[in-house]
Design a protein around this ligand. Structure first.
Ligand SMILES: [Cu+2]
Length: 217
């Protein structure tokens, strides 16, 4: 009887701050986990991010099922199960550290940009987004002007220059055609002067990676 009393008061003293500490602590831990996991997923290539996310979700579900079915597990085993459930996160972290992630730097992600390029060539308009054109081929009719539109969805200026060859682009004076500058967020149209039948090279004067082929026929 006497031994239960100090235990009881100890419980009461503890339970007062815990009422606040447990939910607040849980919120902080969950927020930190969510944020760091989202950073991992964002820095992974799209395919790998989905796989890591699905594996993590499946593993956590599996681990929770395992724990729920065996409530009497010793602490060491619970820790092991949690560790196994977090393996995809650890693998994701390793992948990020090993440089599998795509760089978030605009213009440096030529690989990522290719995914946004549609199969068809541009004929009368092109979209600039993420320092990429949404087409790597422009098709024009020979010997007549084309009304062409650039939609600039970026926060930086873009334009369109046409050269006979890629080598010619080393000197802007070689350009056969130069569009006006398209301001950030602006959409502008302009006539492209008539060109003879053949293949040409187009590029944004501000971003050498925004380039492609003009096919005039
Ligand atoms: Cu540009």
């Amino acid at each position: 009887m006497q031994q239960t009393r100090p235990d009881l008061s100890g419980e009461i003293r503890f339970s007062v701050p815990l009422v606040l500490v447990i939910p607040l602590g849980a919120v902080v831990v969950i927020a930190a986990l969510t944020w760091s996991f989202s950073r991992i997923l964002l820095s992974l290539p799209a395919g790998a991010a989905t796989t890591v996310a699905i594996l993590t979700a499946a593993n956590i579900l599996g681990a929770c099922t395992f724990l729920a079915l065996r409530p009497g597990l010793p602490r060491a085993t619970v820790f092991e199960v949690v560790l196994v459930a977090l393996y995809p996160v650890i693998i994701g972290l390793v992948m990020v550290q090993a440089g599998f992630g795509v760089t978030e730097e605009a213009g440096a992600s030529e690989g990522g940009g290719e995914q946004s390029v549609p199969a068809g060539p541009a004929t009368d308009s092109i979209v600039a987004e993420g320092t990429e054109f949404n087409a790597d081929e422009i098709e024009l009719a020979a010997k007549k002007p084309t009304d062409f539109e650039i939609e600039n969805r970026d926060a930086v200026i873009h334009n369109l220059l046409i050269y006979q060859t890629e080598a010619d682009a080393a000197d802007p004076n070689n350009s056969l055609f130069k569009s006006p500058d398209i301001a950030a967020g602006a959409t502008d149209s302009f006539p492209i002067k008539p060109l003879k039948k053949g293949d040409y090279y187009f590029v944004c004067a501000y971003h050498a990676n925004m380039n492609g082929t003009v096919k005039v026929g």
